[in-house]
Every structure is written in C-alpha cells, then in structure tokens.
Design a binder for this molecule. Structure first.
Ligand SMILES: CC(C)(COP(=O)(O)OP(=O)(O)OC[C@H]1O[C@@H](n2cnc3c(N)ncnc32)[C@H](O)[C@@H]1OP(=O)(O)O)[C@@H](O)C(=O)NCCC(=O)NCCS
Length: 158
C-alpha cells in the first residue's frame, strides 16, 4: 500500500531527482514556452544550483521513498512548486502548499504564467486570489499573474 507523502528539506543528493522532475514537469505544463524560450538541461541545472538553492529554502515531497515534487520558498514568496508529471493529481501539490502555509502562516504570494490554466485552477482551489496581471521579467517576458493567499480570506478545498 502507498505510504503517506512525506516532506523534508532538500539535501544535496536530491539534486538529480529534483532537476529531472522539474524539467519534465515544465515540458509537460508549458511545451510551447519551452520550445520557444526553454534552456538546455545543463543551463537549468546551473540556474537551480546558483539561484534557486541560494535564494530559497527548498523542500521535497517523497512518495514511497522517492522524490516526487518540490517547493522553493523565501519568506512568504513561493518561487517554485513542481510535482512530477507521473505523480500529479495525487494530492502532493496540496501537501506542499499546506507546508508553505505552516512556514508562512500570515500569507503567501507567487507568480505563474497566465496560460497555466491547470496551475491557476490548482491555486484558486487552494484559496489563492489573483491580485495582479503583469509580465514576467526577461528573458521570458511572458504574461503572468500574481496570486496571493491570506489566512481566512477564502475557502480551501480539502
Ligand atoms: C500545479 C501542480 C503543482 C499541482 O500539483 P498536484 O499534486 O498535481 O495537485 P493535487 O493533486 O494536490 O491537486 C489538488 C487539487 O487542485 C486542483 N487541480 C490540480 N491539478 C489540476 C489541473 N490540472 N486542472 C484543474 N484542477 C487541478 C484539483 O482541484 C485538485 O483536486 P482533485 O485532484 O481532488 O480534483 C502540478 O500540476 C504541477 O507541478 N504542474 C506543473 C507546474 C506548475 O504549474 N506549477 C505551479 C505554477 S509555476
């Protein structure tokens, strides 16, 4: 029987597993954007090592002892939230958001692409409210949307 998902801090041996699921999840979620503006796997790994890990606290969620998703967060700001495409719709994203709420109980904010309809449906189901439409910084320069969550501001789906 599958065990309950477990959240723990990212550790250096997780590097390959996290980068692999991050890339596959992005390719699945944003195939056109990846084709137009995507980076090589090596550039992505450099960005993860030099920027994501340096500027954020990174947490992983394990399913049956294997890394299946991760969260990168700094204060109240969620920078990255990705679940392995093979393990989506199993409650892992919800588990990571619940963890982010424990880390920042007074509120959360994040940006996602406006075209990310699935991600937006997910966040709205978790009580996030679209606060502002804009454009992501270069080099992506894609239409994005800022979402915010505040405790008690809205219903959260279980
Ligand atoms: C968005 C994402 C993090 C959701 O993670 P997940 O583990 O698949 O989500 P959960 O299983 O916890 O879903 C919780 C609820 O959110 C909603 N939801 C999740 N994925 C959805 C989708 N593709 N379409 C519509 N609603 C969705 C559903 O209400 C779902 O509950 P249900 O499965 O009981 O119907 C994941 O799909 C992902 O990594 N996507 C690619 C990257 C991404 O968009 N990241 C966020 C913005 S950068």
């Amino acid at each position: 029987m599958a065990r309950e998902p477990e959240i723990r801090r990212y550790e250096p041996p997780d590097f390959d597993a996290v980068n692999d699921l991050w890339r596959r999840s992005r390719l699945r979620a944003f195939p056109d954007l990846q084709a137009r503006k995507g980076h090589t796997a090596e550039e992505d790994r450099e960005y993860f090592r030099d920027v994501v890990l340096v500027r954020h606290d990174v947490w992983v969620v394990e399913l049956d002892g294997r890394v299946a998703g991760f969260l990168a967060i700094a204060g109240d700001f969620i920078d990255q939230l990705y679940v392995d495409p093979d393990h989506q719709r199993k409650g892992l994203g919800r588990t990571l958001i619940a963890h982010a709420r424990r880390l920042s109980p007074s509120g959360l904010r994040l940006f996602t692409f406006q075209i990310n309809h699935a991600g937006r449906a997910f966040y709205e189901g978790q009580g996030f409210v679209a606060a502002r439409l804009g454009v992501s910084p270069p080099p992506e320069s894609e239409p994005d949307v800022e979402y915010r969550w505040h405790p008690g501001s809205s219903q959260v789906s279980s």
